[in-house]
Design a protein around this ligand. Structure first.
Ligand SMILES: [Zn+2]
Length: 441
């Protein structure tokens, strides 16, 4: 054993009990903070949910909390967004983001503190609003993390940048904040982090995997036909039949073109055509969501959609200028959320040391949800870790497995989260991760 190794092991032996007691101390502090302040804050957020781009009360409350801990708070960024800075000497700039918006859903969770809030939506209709995705947990956790990072300034160096983001649900908030030049105004982070609470994972567990969310694209197919009487199909080109063949043929793009061990989804969510039983319409419109996890797979799926749409049109006898038109809405797409592998290993190592080996929930992700967090991290590239925190009591999963009520998914009126364990683990994972990243080089 070299001298360096020997010194290393002595250091490790000295460090181990220390880091354990530091972890206990952090646990206790988070417990007290939850009881004294965060429980009330969570209830307030849960009962005052606001729609995307309209998070005025939420943003004002978050700003005043962060200001009271000594952060330099900038408001009105990208709409209702917040950037809060805590400078603490030379060192890296590390960003942590929480999204703030609720959803137009009427809460039917049966919880004593269920939301009864209503708000006038973007179309002028009054709708019920609910934190049906758990963003109230995210904001509460961000406040707890902010407070504890401010109290433990002796343990880290650099600048902490906390972001309260609007409109994640409409995948517009992160982009708007970037368009407001946040990196130019406040500095470009060396690292970025974010979390999502999830009802499909038991409380007390974390997921920190290489690809937490997929990329999403919004696509329309505009189909032209030739209108005719329903009794004279031979004199028209039927866009309903053409659209139906496109819907069916699209299923072959994922199953026959994408390599079978790479994930992808093409879902036709809407198909509209026609006005009446006996009229062959002259147009149809398909609305499609496309999910992928790399630029190459995204291109493969989008090319496949174009190929299928145009050639099905040809098959039906349409001329070149009449072929179905595929529109990819570049402004409504998001890249996949991909964690930086080196940073992920570093942060997972910290969590293994402070929270224990068993903290990670290892079941494979089955769906292809998307997030707008990559707008902060893709261009320019910023190493990032996006992790998930379990939000449902294990007893609820056991009851569901025994034939009881299913655990409600996100965006459902029945959605609920166990706030205390979710917020507490979110803060603990955030504080330990940030403290490790915020060290002088
Ligand atoms: Zn969400």
């Amino acid at each position: 054993m070299s001298i360096r190794c020997l010194i290393g092991s002595i250091f490790l032996v000295l460090l181990l009990p220390l880091s354990l007691s530091a972890a206990d101390e952090l646990d206790e502090r988070i417990d007290t903070l939850y009881d004294e302040e965060l429980r009330e804050l969570f209830l307030w957020l849960h009962q005052n949910p606001e729609l995307s781009h309209m998070e005025h009360k939420t943003s004002a409350r978050l700003a005043s909390e962060l200001e009271s801990f000594g952060y330099d708070v900038h408001t009105g960024i990208g709409g209702t967004g917040i950037v809060a800075l805590l400078e603490n000497g030379e060192g890296p700039l590390v960003m942590f983001r929480a999204d703030m918006d609720g959803l137009p859903v009427e809460e039917k969770s049966g919880l004593p503190y269920a939301s009864k809030a209503k708000q006038v939506d973007w179309d002028g209709n009054e709708v019920f609003v609910m934190h049906a995705c758990g963003h109230d947990v995210h904001v509460t956790s961000l406040v707890g993390t902010a407070r504890i990072m401010a109290e433990r300034r002796d343990l880290w160096q650099g600048t902490l940048m906390l972001i309260g983001q609007p409109a994640e649900e409409r995948v517009g908030g992160a982009r708007l904040m970037r368009e407001d030049n946040i990196w130019g105004r406040f500095g470009q982070p060396d690292y970025a982090m974010a979390l999502h609470v999830t009802s499909s994972v038991p409380t007390g567990m974390l997921i920190a995997d290489p690809a937490p969310y997929s990329g999403a694209d919004t696509v329309d197919i505009l189909i032209k036909g030739v209108g005719a009487h329903g009794a004279s199909p031979h004199s028209g080109v039927d866009p309903v039949l053409l659209g139906s063949q496109i819907v069916v043929a699209l299923q072959s793009v994922v199953s026959r073109n994408l390599p079978p061990r790479r994930p992808g989804v093409i879902t036709v969510g809407s198909f509209h055509s026609g006005t009446k039983h006996n009229i062959i319409s002259d147009a149809a419109k398909l609305q499609i969501t496309v999910r992928s996890e790399s630029a190459a797979d995204r291109a493969l799926l989008l090319d496949g959609i174009r190929r299928v749409a145009e050639n099905t049109g040809r098959m039906m006898g349409l001329s070149g200028d009449m072929l179905p038109e595929v529109i990819v809405y570049e402004n409504e797409g998001v890249p996949p959320t991909l964690n930086d592998i080196a940073m992920l290993e570093r942060v997972r190592g910290v969590w293994t040391n402070t929270l224990g080996e068993g903290i990670f929930y290892n079941e494979q992700r089955l769906a292809m949800g998307a997030e707008d967090f990559p707008f902060f991290t893709v261009d320019p590239y910023i190493p990032s870790v996006y992790f998930a925190v379990g939000g449902t009591d294990q007893a609820d999963f056991d009851r569901a497995a025994a034939g009881g009520p299913a655990v409600a998914s996100h965006h459902s009126p029945l959605f609920k989260i166990e706030p205390e364990p979710s917020v507490e683990l979110s803060i603990k994972a955030s504080v330990t991760g940030l403290t490790d990243l915020l060290q002088s080089p």
